[in-house]
Design a protein around this ligand. Structure first.
Ligand code: ADP
Ligand code: MG
Length: 565
């Protein structure tokens, strides 16, 4: 029990750091069990892994608040934020070396994600955190360790997870908010929509490096034509802009808020915390941002719907390159998104390859069809919707050619959206310089690809997969650059992708499953057994946040040694 631990810590004072190893084990405290799962080997190593395991009755959180998965995620997120906040309040007064005397837990951003940081079960609540075991040089600071474990930690735990000490109203509201958001997302399909933006939402962010809402922003107001009202489970009735299925064009002058609207829709696949400004901006959960990403590798992707008749007869039904151009990378991104499955593509002119997006009538007259390998997106966007059920929302401020294709045209005017569909259609009708459909054939869809085992076998199972920040993953010595995945929002999602890639190559990859099917297997496992179940790490897997299938597959596709059958 705890007395034993206290004695141990005092007796270690001044000894060499490795003596900390003997702390591994479980200790009974008054209100919880402290499990020391993994002890760091020196003060500069990643901090030690610990858990607080508390009986549900002592914790006191009512069962009605956690009896569905969505509610459970909302509460777990709330407790993680609490724990983080209490750690910050206590601060770190240790004068030791490296990460001495610091406690860490996942830091949640504006999104509410499924995480492993706080596990809530019917009989217990488990908080997974890390602690830098204090040292001066390499000598153990036993008294400092005693103070953290016996004074600071109990206070953090007391204030952050015991129901009676929580802000019950805020907790309750977070649960209700998540249920409203999930419900709104389900309602999209029923109402024939792909996205919804509530009136009074705040779209712009504080700055390029802060995801908090901008202060004094112009609040969102739906054009009358698109305004709908949703009745939410909480009883709230909210009005806002419903973006219907089909092809929706966002136009408007530079700096009038087009990209800001699209960015909010990209994030609408996630739920957001109260006061974020985007709590009721809801998109189809499988919406994918498509951008050009020159330099990325592409492995046997069928991009023939967009690119054909390349010089030297290069086959584009299974196109590979280690250094894609703007247009080929964007074509590959579309093809891959269709492979994993998506109902909505989001495209911004700012991050697109022009020759992938448009080719006007004049250029068509100058360069013969046979000499141009690219069938621009404008000639596929309608087929994608009509024949494959994939909607597109796209920003094109610089060319009116899309007027012909669009079902709806929304103009951003000083941050306020206006419906300009009819006007755009009229202009298109009067135009004499019409362009022609530029392809010789129909869009035939994409090819499901089967990854090969040899993609990962260079040095066998020894290769660890490790996340480095939000945008890179290291597999052995191979760096996977995933900065093109703009809908990734949290470092812990990247951690989770790394763990998933490990699981994928060791347990799922069998040369029969397509990448999409293999991903589905992993998500089924997580759904059934929890996010913990895919981790093979020593100590608790406390730093995982679930990414979407789109981002997981996106990361695998950016692995440069991926080989396809
Ligand atoms: P566009 O894509 O039309 O050129 P952006 O979306 O990039 O324009 O927006 C331009 C600037 O305006 C950005 O700095 C953004 O933060 C700001 N902005 C966008 N929407 C609003 C708003 N509703 N209120 C205040 N500022 C906004
Ligand atoms: Mg823009």
């Amino acid at each position: 029990n705890y007395k034993e631990l206290e004695k141990l810590l005092f007796s270690m004072d001044g000894k060499s750091y490795s003596a900390y190893k003997s702390l591994k084990g479980e200790y009974k405290f008054e209100k919880y069990i402290l499990a020391i799962d993994h002890v760091q080997s020196d003060p500069y190593a990643p901090p030690s892994k610990m858990r607080v395991i508390m009986d549900r009755k002592i914790c006191g959180i009512p069962y009605e608040l956690t009896d569905t998965k969505d509610k459970n995620i909302a509460v777990s997120d709330f407790l993680t934020r609490n724990f983080y906040r209490e750690i910050q309040k206590i601060g770190n007064d240790s004068t030791g070396t490296g990460g001495s005397g610091r406690i860490f837990i996942d830091r949640c951003g504006q999104e509410i994600l499924e995480r492993t940081s706080v596990l809530i079960k019917r009989d217990k609540v488990e908080v997974r955190f890390e602690m830098g075991m204090p040292a001066r040089g390499r000598r153990i600071m036993g008294k400092a360790a005693q103070k953290i474990i016996f004074e600071q930690l109990p206070e953090i735990v007391e204030k952050s997870i015991i129901y009676d000490n929580l802000n019950k109203k805020a907790l309750n509201e977070q649960v209700i908010l998540v249920l409203d958001q999930e419900y709104a997302r389900k309602m999209l399909k029923e109402k024939g929509l792909v996205a919804f933006v509530a009136n009074d939402s705040v779209l712009p962010r504080e700055s390029g490096v802060s995801d908090r809402p901008m202060k004094n922003a112009v609040k969102f107001k739906s054009p009358e034509k698109f305004e709908i009202t949703l009745k939410l489970p909480s009883g709230k009735e909210i009005s806002g802009m419903g973006i219907p299925k089909g092809i929706t064009l966002i136009v408007g002058g530079g700096y009038h808020g087009k990209s800001t609207l699209l960015a909010a829709l990209e994030r609408g696949v996630y739920n957001h915390i109260a006061q974020d400004g985007r709590e009721l901006i809801i998109s189809e959960s499988d919406a994918v941002k498509i951008r050009a990403e020159d330099g990325r590798n592409v492995e046997k992707v069928n991009i023939s719907g967009f690119i054909n008749n390349l010089p030297q007869n290069k086959d584009t039904r299974a196109f590979s390159t280690e250094n894609a151009s703007g247009s080929t990378s964007q074509a590959a991104n579309v093809a891959e998104a269709l492979e994993y499955g998506t109902s909505l593509l989001l495209i911004d002119e700012d991050t697109s390859a022009t020759n992938f997006m448009i080719r006007d009538g004049r250029m068509q007259k100058l360069v013969a069809k046979e000499k141009e390998p690219i069938t621009p997106f404008i000639d596929r966007v309608k087929e994608l919707y009509d024949n494959f059920g994939v909607s597109t929302i796209l920003i094109v401020g610089g060319s009116g050619d899309y007027f012909d294709m669009a079902n709806h045209v929304i103009m951003m005017d000083e941050y306020v959206p206006k419906d300009v569909t009819e006007k755009a259609k009229e202009i298109a009708k009067l135009d004499e310089n019409k362009r022609e459909f530029s392809s010789n054939d129909k869009f035939k869809g994409v090819t499901q690809r089967i990854p090969l085992k040899k993609s990962f076998s260079q040095s066998g199972k020894l290769d660890k997969t490790k996340a480095k920040g939000k945008y890179s993953i290291l597999y052995g010595k191979e760096l996977i650059d995933i900065s093109g995945l703009e809908q990734l929002v949290d470092d812990s999602q990247t951690n989770c992708i790394a763990v998933m890639i490990d699981y994928f190559k060791n347990k799922v990859l069998d040369e029969k499953l397509t990448l999409s099917q293999a991903a589905d297997r992993i998500y089924e496992k997580i759904e059934k057994e929890g996010l913990d179940s895919i981790s093979s790490y020593t100590g608790h897997p406390g730093n995982l946040a679930l990414p979407r299938k789109q981002e997981f597959c996106g990361a695998v596709n950016r692995y440069r040694k991926l080989r396809i059958k």
